[in-house]
Design a protein around this ligand. Sequence first.
Ligand SMILES: Nc1ncnc2c1ncn2[C@@H]1O[C@H](COP(=O)(O)OP(=O)(O)OP(=O)(O)O)[C@@H](O)[C@H]1O
Length: 225
Amino acid sequence: MIRIENINIEFGEFKALQNINCSINEKDFILILGHNGAGKSTLLDTISGRLTPSSGKIFRNNTDITSLSEAKRARFISRVFQNTHMGSVATMTVAENLAMATLKSKTAGFKKAIHNFPEYIVEETLKPLGLRLEELLQTPIGKLSGGQRQIITIVMATLCEPDILLLDEPTAALDPVSTENLLQFVNKFTKERKMATMMITHDEQRAKFLANRTWVLQKGILKTD
Ligand SMILES: Nc1ncnc2c1ncn2[C@@H]1O[C@H](COP(=O)(O)OP(=O)(O)OP(=O)(O)O)[C@@H](O)[C@H]1O
C-alpha cells in the first residue's frame, strides 16, 4: 500500500534518516521503537509529507507521492501528534472539533461544518467505548483529561477514513489506567476499520499486543522485521 524506497532525510550535515526501505501493507499494525533522537518522528513526518526527503521515493499503490503535499496526503494518511494541542482546538467544544475534522484537507465549508456535527459518531464510536465521552460533546476540548482528549483526537483523525494512521507516542502523557484504556481503544478501533497503523512507543511491553510488526530505528537506520 505504502512503499518507501531509499529515503534519506538530512538536517544540514546531520543525517536523521539513512537509506530507509520499507513497506506498509493493509491492516498492518507496526510499532516503531528506538531511543530518543533515533528518527522515529522524522520517519512519520516523512510519510505524512511534513518533511521532504533529500533523496528517495514514496509510493502509494505504485503511484509516486514523493512530491505530494502534506495537505493532499492528509486524505489518505492521518497523523496524530503526542501533543494533542496540535490536533484540536482547545476552546472549541468536542462536537465542534469533531465536525471540523470531517473537513480535513478541504478549505471550504468551515462555517457550515461547525454546525453539522456528525451524529453517527455517537452511536458508532463514542457510546460503544463505554467511557461516556458522548456526555462531553458540549465541553470545550481543552477541559478534557489528557486521555479523553487523545481518544477524541484519534477519532477526529480517522473521520476522513485514511488508509493509514500515524500515532506518535499517544500514551506518553497518560497514567497507567488511561494508557490501558487508550491502547484498548486503538486496538479495537483500528482493527474494526481494517486501518493500517504505525505507532511510535517507548513502552513495547504494554503495546505489543496491538502489533503484527515491530520496527526499530537506531541513529537513523531502520531495522524492519
Ligand atoms: N527540524 C529539525 N532540524 C534539525 N534537526 C532535527 C529536526 N528535526 C529533528 N531533528 C533531529 O533529528 C533527530 C531525530 O529526531 P526525531 O524527533 O525524529 O527523534 P525521535 O526518535 O522521534 O525522538 P524522541 O523519542 O525523543 O521523540 C534528532 O537528533 C533531532 O534533534
